[in-house]
Design a protein around this ligand. Structure first.
Ligand SMILES: Nc1nc2c(ncn2[C@@H]2O[C@H](COP(=O)(O)OP(=O)(O)OP(=O)(O)O)[C@@H](O)[C@H]2O)c(=O)[nH]1
Ligand SMILES: [Zn+2]
Length: 386
């Protein structure tokens, strides 16, 4: 169905022809399909391709699109593991490595991205950093990989001057996206959240519960809130920001404390006469379920939860709190008593304009499987745990 200009400008005063979020979402989906996209900044551009999904013929494909050799882009954390460092900033551009007879270049590039192979290929390298430093499009390219829930590593064409990047891309059947739109995506996606619907969902132990659904106008990430009881809007509301954990929340995994924290928060709110549970679609501290399972695989090899994330090329925590703050504001809450052991959640929420009047501790006894995880949270991530 075509969208008439009237409909397009009708939704909360925003225009659907402001393509920012739509374009970033589409570009992320292209990467997930193993397709390249063009990232541009001012008059410069690079073609970006996810490293983990790379196929051999695309290396020549990138050579044919831009003069010069492609380079592999890695975050500081991943580059550090491979003993290369960025020339500046957080992105290392690495020359295509020599390959041994019988190996494929795409396979070696995948191994540079994916630590699953670190033990199988301990002699990978040495790697050499490219003579030119990263440009804004490279940083944006890696951010786009993260938004696509892929490993943050990419094959980039040589960068080049281009007066009309969208036109250049369209002529070659590629999607183009501005680096600045990728970098501001998190804020725009959160700011565009709208309440879509709300319905009663009686929970065992909290029968007066309403589930409220939020979605950005332009098709980005959906988040949910549970209103337990009917908390009043004038006093600070008992609140839990809970990041999605499929394994802990749904499957009852003993590897983390999420399931207990989720059910414990609902019980606590019921006992206290009401509260708000914000259920954020930020699985695995924002890296996605597949990457969390990769992190678990590394933990099976002996790395702790922080080192595992970093070995994958991520920060130890990739979450953002804009969506949580936005949902609270839309529902009419501006002051909270936050159920958490994590000081970063308090800071994150306050930075987004919500007052945290009190941190309410939210700890549960450990078990044989999550004891080390909880100790790591206390020791390395500053969690206020007993
Ligand atoms: N990357 C990664 N994510 C994990 C791991 N274990 C649990 N998670 C994720 O961590 C998040 C836990 O979120 P929360 O319980 O809301 O937050 P928290 O930082 O532990 O802080 P609290 O409010 O004190 O519970 C969920 O998204 C889980 O999926 C892990 O080993 N690696
Ligand atoms: Zn969990």
């Amino acid at each position: 169905m075509a969208i008439s200009p009237k409909t397009a400008t009708d939704r909360g005063g925003k225009t659907l022809f402001d393509h920012t979020i739509v374009t970033v979402e589409r570009a992320a989906s292209e990467l997930r399909r193993g397709r390249p996209v063009l990232a541009w900044d001012q008059q410069r551009a690079v073609v970006v391709q996810s490293a983990e999904l790379l196929q051999e013929d695309w290396i020549d494909g990138l050579r044919s699109l831009a003069d010069g050799e492609p380079v592999v882009g890695l975050t500081y954390n991943r580059a550090n593991i491979l003993h290369v460092l960025p020339r500046s900033g957080d992105v290392a551009l690495v020359l295509l490595p020599e390959i041994m007879a019988g190996d494929s270049q795409a396979r070696v590039i995948q191994s540079m991205a994916d630590p699953d192979d670190d033990l199988m290929r301990p002699l990978l390298g040495p790697f050499h950093v490219a003579p030119t430093g990263a440009e804004p499009m490279h940083e944006a390219g890696l951010k786009l990989c993260k938004l696509a829930r892929l490993l943050p590593a990419a094959l980039f064409s040589a960068s080049f001057d281009v007066p009309d990047a969208p036109g250049w891309a369209a002529a070659r059947g590629l999607l183009s996206v501005a680096a600045k739109d990728i970098m501001s995506y998190d804020q725009s996606d959160a700011a565009a959240l709208r309440q879509i619907t709300a319905a009663k969902v009686p929970l065992a132990g909290a029968e007066q519960t309403t589930m409220v659904a939020f979605r950005p106008d332009d098709g980005g990430t959906e988040h949910f809130a549970l209103l337990i009881g009917d908390p009043n809007r004038h006093d600070p509301v008992l609140t839990r920001i809970h990041s999605e954990c499929f394994t802990g929340d749904l499957l009852g995994s003993l590897k983390c404390d999420c399931g207990e924290q989720l059910n414990g928060a609902i019980r606590h709110m019921q006992d206290q006469g009401g509260g708000v549970l914000l259920y954020l679609a930020q699985e695995g501290r924002g890296i996605g379920l597949i990457n969390k399972l990769r992190a678990y695989q590394l933990q099976d090899q002996g790395f702790d939860t922080v080192d595992a994330n970093e070995r994958l090329g991520f920060q130890s925590d990739e979450r953002i709190f804009g969506p949580a703050a936005q949902m609270l504001k839309i529902m009419g809450f501006d002051k909270v008593r936050l159920l958490t052991n994590n000081p970063l959640k308090v800071e994150g929420l306050e930075a987004c304009g919500v007052t945290v009047t009190e941190r309410v501790k939210h700890a549960f006894p450990s078990n044989a499987h999550n004891d080390h995880y909880l100790k790591t949270k206390k020791k390395r991530s500053g969690h206020l745990l007993p």
